[in-house]
Design a protein around this ligand. Structure first.
Ligand SMILES: O=C(O)CCC(=O)C(=O)O
Ligand SMILES: [Fe+2]
Length: 346
């Protein structure tokens, strides 16, 4: 008798959303060298070129990779090591920091994207704790695991360093929209940014399940670190084909989220992406979701709309949107989850 693989139906994607056996890495997302940001002597022309690259990548792809981004390589290595050690710790250690109905932070092994279960386990932490209870009634307090030692210190340092990069990228995005560089910073004064650790274990049926189902990131910007395994697929805007994002050592993957799509009044578009799994290797990634304050009412920026280019979206509140989305990821629901298209004017 051959080995029979038990397929858990909760993980099975509908046929049209299953990955093809081979995903191309060709013609993949743009690569941008950020070193001009760190050189006092970089000519204005070089800086202008950087802004143009960010503009083209945000417009044509909604995704790009960055190198020479200023986050120290040692810190990336320390974060990846701490992540691997945490997920390798016992079920008992992980359960001690498990997410629950009042506090959505910590460890979780049963997330759903669009009501299909993802083949992954995660750990969430916020960059800035808002106090005991936030406006939505959730308790946002970081839960720090005891294993591995130094986990908290590593991620606090990582968070600070990646936050600096996120603000630099935000300024480049503002410039690329012909706005003053600090125009968007005000929305991040009480930011709801969080860092997620993703572990995708080997999957016996990678043709049926996904590590994360197809989705767009709801926030402003995502700054993602991935290990060398590969598996992140982006839906290419030019032809709708899924392409694999090539792992580049020590690079970050940047993607424009729904909020920048709305602020830019559709000049930029958040791209659909997903994570394919494989039957042989674990994969680890660390997205940093750069999100504005809960009280932010998101709408197309006034400077970018006029009579010939009217606002394409009605205003919505970020805190409400995010809470509604989180609830649907926590358990399987019978309804479609919330999307910015629900605020699109027809
Ligand atoms: O693991 C990855 O590469 C991406 C994960 C992702 O898209 C997400 O958590 O929103
Ligand atoms: Fe994502």
């Amino acid at each position: 008798m051959g080995h029979q693989v038990e397929v858990d139906q909760a993980f099975v994607q509908s046929p049209e959303h299953r990955p093809k056996p081979v995903i191309s890495e060709a013609g993949s997302i743009p690569l941008i060298d950020l070193s001009p940001l760190f050189s006092d002597s970089a000519a204005t022309a070089v800086q202008a070129t950087l802004v143009e690259q960010v503009e083209a990548a945000s417009r044509d792809w909604g995704f790009f990779q960055v190198i020479n981004h200023g986050v120290p390589v040692d810190l990336l290595k320390a974060a990846e090591t701490a992540e691997r050690e945490f997920f390798a710790s016992s079920e008992e250690e992980k359960k001690k920091v498990r997410r629950d109905e009042v506090n959505p932070l910590g460890y979780y092994e049963s997330e759903h994207t669009k009501n299909v279960r993802d083949w992954k386990e995660v750990f969430d932490m916020v960059l800035h704790e808002p106090g005991v209870v936030d406006v939505s009634g959730l308790e946002l307090k970081n839960k720090w695991p005891q294993v591995p030692l130094g986990f908290r210190e590593t991620f606090e340092e990582y968070a600070k360093s990646v936050e600096k990069l996120a603000f630099r990228l935000l300024e480049l995005i503002a410039l690329s929209l012909n706005l003053p560089p600090q125009r968007l910073n005000v929305f991040f004064e009480e930011q709801t940014t969080f860092i997620r650790l993703n572990h995708y274990p080997p999957c016996p049926y990678p043709d049926l399940a996904l590590g994360v189902g197809r989705h767009k990131d709801a926030g402003a910007l995502t700054v993602l670190y991935q290990d060398s395994t590969g598996g992140l697929d982006v839906k290419r805007k030019s032809d709708g084909e899924w392409v694999r994002v090539k792992p580049i050592p020590n690079a970050f993957i940047i993607n424009v989220g729904d909020i920048i799509q709305v602020w830019s009044n559709d000049k930029y578009e958040s791209a659909e992406h997903r994570v394919s799994v494989n039957s042989a290797k674990d994969r680890f990634s660390i997205p940093f979701f750069f999100n504005p304050a809960s009280h932010t009412n998101v709408k197309p920026l006034e400077e970018l709309v006029d009579e010939t280019n009217p606002a394409k979206y009605d205003e919505y509140n970020w805190g409400d949107f995010f809470k509604t989305r989180k609830d649907s990821n926590y358990k399987k629901l019978e309804v479609e989850n919330i999307q910015i298209t629900h605020f699109k004017r027809v």
